[in-house]
Design a protein around this ligand. Structure first.
Ligand code: ARG
Length: 492
C-alpha cells in the first residue's frame, strides 16, 4: 500500500518508527473509522452535485467507500505509518480507485474540518447511547420504588442515623439527579451535532462547496458557520466530558450507598453474585468489586475532563496538533459513562432489598427525635428550640420515656411537660416510625401519598426524555440511510 502521501511534496527523508508512532492518532482513530467513511461519502456527493467532481471519479470513489461501509475497514488503513485514519483512508482510496481519482477526494477540505466532523458523528452516537442507558437506569429506579413503596429505611446525614425515610424516597432522589444529568447530556448533544465540514484548514475554501448539503447528508442539525471556530474548538468535547464527570459522580455515590448497604453491618441489600468477586485467601468473602470499579471510574472520568481542559487551555487560533491529544481523553471519559450506566442498571435489576432489616434499623438511634420535638411544638406550644433542647437532653440520658423527658424539661427549661398535658401515649405516637413518615407528605417527601405523586410527575418527564432520544436516533438514521441511498444511486 502507498506510503503517507501527505508529506512527500514538502518534506524530505523518512521519519523514524518512534516519531511516527509518537505522532500517530491511529489508536484513538479506531473510534472514528466508520464516521470517516460517511464523511468521505457526503463530501463526494456534494462535490459531484457542485460539478467539482466528474461522474466517473465520483463513481470510482463511492464504489470503494460503499464496499468499505459494507465490509468494515481493513487493518492496513490503521497502520501507524500514517499520521491518522484520514491519511490511511486516502491512501487506500488511491490504491483501490487509482491515484487520479483518489487524489481528488481531498479538494475543498482539510483533515482539520474532517477530524472534527468525524468526532462529532461518533460522539453524538455515544451521547445518544449514554442517554438511552440513563433512561433505562431511571426506569429501574422507578420499578424498584414501586415494588418497595412502603419500605421504611433509616435516612442519614453525616452517615449517622438522622430521620427515618423510605427506600422509594432514596431511590427517587437519585432518579431526580439523573434527570438533570440527562439534561446536561442533551445540552451537550446540541453543541456536538453541528457540522464543521467545509471549513477546510480554517480559512474556508475557494471551491464552491455546499456546507448546508454535507451537514444535511450527515444528519447534523446545522452548519458550524465560522470556519476558524469550526476547526479550532473542542468545547463540545469539554462539555461532554464535564457532563460525563458530573454524571459519574452521581453514579459513584449510588454505588457507594449500595456498597455500604451490602455489608453485613447494614444488610439492606444483597447483590447478585454475578457482580461480585471472592478473595484468594478468605473463603467467605463476597466483595462488591463491580461497584468499586464503578466508583473509581468516576475518577477516570474526572481525569479525562482535567486532561482535556489542560490541553485546550491557552492554544492559539486555530487548529493546533495538540488537539489530537484531547481525543483519547474523550473516548476514555465517554466509555466510562456508557459502561458504568449500563452496569449499574443491571446491578440494580439483580439486587434484592431486605425490607425487614431496613425497618429494624429505621427506628434505631432515636431517629424520630425530631418528630417528638415537633409534637411538643405543635400540640403543646413550646418554642422549637426549647423542645429541641429537652429532647436532646433526654437522648443524652439514654431514653425518650416520658419520665426521662420530664426530668430533662425541668433540668434545661425549668418546666413540666406533664403539667402541660403531655402524655406517654402522645410520646409513643410521636416516636412511631410509620406515623412519622406518613406525616411528611409535603411535595417531594417520603409519605406514601407523596411518593405516588412524585413517581407520577417524574415518570412524565422520563417519558419525554425517552421520546427525545428515540426521535434524535431516528433523525440521524434517516439522514444516513438517505446518504447511502444517494451514494448507491450515483454508483449504479
Ligand atoms: N489526527 C489529527 C487530529 O486528531 C487530524 C488532523 C490533523 N491535521 C493536521 N494538520 N496535522 O487532530
Amino acid at each position: 500500500m502507498k506510503k503517507d502521501q501527505i508529506r512527500k511534496g514538502r518534506l524530505a527523508g523518512e521519519r523514524s518508527r518512534q516519531v511516527l508512532r509518537y505522532l500517530s492518532s491511529m489508536e484513538a482513530d479506531r473510534w472514528i473509522g466508520e464516521a470517516d467513511i460517511l464523511v468521505d461519502m457526503a463530501h463526494l456527493v456534494m462535490l459531484h452535485h457542485q460539478k467539482l467532481m466528474t461522474p466517473e471519479y465520483t463513481r470510482a470513489l463511492l464504489r470503494v467507500l460503499l464496499q468499505l461501509h459494507e465490509d468494515g475497514l481493513p487493518d492496513q488503513v490503521f497502520d501507524e505509518q500514517f499520521e491518522d485514519i484520514h491519511a490511511g483512508l486516502e491512501a487506500y482510496l488511491m490504491e483501490r480507485a487509482g491515484e487520479d481519482a483518489g487524489g481528488r477526494i481531498h479538494m475543498g477540505r482539510s483533515r482539520n474540518d474532517e477530524v472534527s466532523t468525524c468526532l462529532r458523528i461518533r460522539l453524538r452516537e455515544d451521547l445518544l447511547r449514554s442517554m438511552d442507558s440513563l433512561v433505562r437506569l431511571r426506569e429501574v429506579l422507578f420499578t424498584l420504588a414501586e415494588a418497595h413503596r412502603d419500605a421504611v429505611m433509616p435516612g442519614y446525614t453525616h452517615l449517622q442515623p438522622a430521620q427515618p425515610t423510605t427506600l422509594p424516597h432514596h431511590l427517587l432522589a437519585y432518579e431526580q439527579a439523573l434527570g438533570r444529568d440527562f439534561d446536561r447530556f442533551r445540552a451537550a448533544f446540541h453543541h456536538v451535532n453541528l457540522s464543521p465540514l467545509g471549513a477546510a484548514a480554517f480559512a474556508s475554501t475557494g471551491y464552491p462547496v455546499d456546507r448546508e448539503m454535507t451537514a444535511r447528508l450527515l444528519g447534523f442539525d446545522q452548519v458550524l458557520s465560522n470556519s476558524m471556530d469550526a476547526v479550532a474548538s473542542r468545547d463540545f468535547v469539554l462539555e461532554t466530558l464535564s457532563a460525563g464527570a458530573i454524571l459519574m459522580t452521581v453514579l459513584s455515590r449510588l454505588a457507594e450507598d449500595l456498597i455500604l448497604w451490602s455489608t453485613p453491618a447494614f444488610g439492606f441489600v444483597s447483590l447478585d453474585d454475578a457482580f461480585c468477586s471472592s478473595s484468594s485467601i478468605m473463603p467467605q468473602k463476597k466483595n462488591p468489586d463491580t461497584l468499586e470499579i464503578l466508583r473509581a471510574k468516576a475518577g477516570t472520568a474526572q481525569g479525562a475532563l482535567a486532561g482535556a481542559l489542560a490541553i485546550v487551555k491557552g492554544l492559539p487560533m486555530s487548529y493546533n496538533r495538540d488537539l489530537q491529544e484531547v481525543t483519547p481523553h474523550l473516548w476514555r471519559g465517554i466509555s466510562a459513562v456508557m459502561e458504568s450506566t449500563d452496569l449499574l442498571t443491571r446491578i440494580l435489576q439483580g439486587a434484592t432489598f431486605d425490607e425487614k432489616r431496613m425497618a429494624q434499623e429505621a427506628a434505631r438511634g432515636f431517629s424520630t427525635a425530631t418528630d417528638l420535638a415537633d409534637m411538643l411544638v405543635r400540640s403543646h406550644n413550646l418554642p422549637f428550640r426549647t423542645a429541641h433542647t429537652i429532647v436532646g437532653r433526654a437522648v443524652r440520658r439514654g431514653s425518650l420515656d416520658l419520665r426521662v423527658l420530664e426530668a430533662a424539661a425541668q433540668e434545661v427549661a425549668g418546666i413540666s411537660l406533664v403539667q402541660r398535658g403531655v402524655t406517654a401515649d402522645e410520646v409513643a405516637v410521636a416516636l412511631d416510625v410509620p406515623t412519622a413518615i406518613a406525616s411528611r407528605k409535603a411535595a417531594g417527601g417520603p409519605a406514601p401519598d407523596a411518593i405516588i405523586r412524585s413517581i407520577r410527575e417524574r415518570r412524565r418527564i422520563h417519558r419525554q426524555d425517552s421520546a427525545w432520544v428515540v426521535s434524535q436516533e431516528k433523525a440521524i438514521q434517516e439522514a444516513l440511510s438517505q446518504l447511502l441511498a444517494d451514494a448507491r444511486e450515483l454508483v449504479a
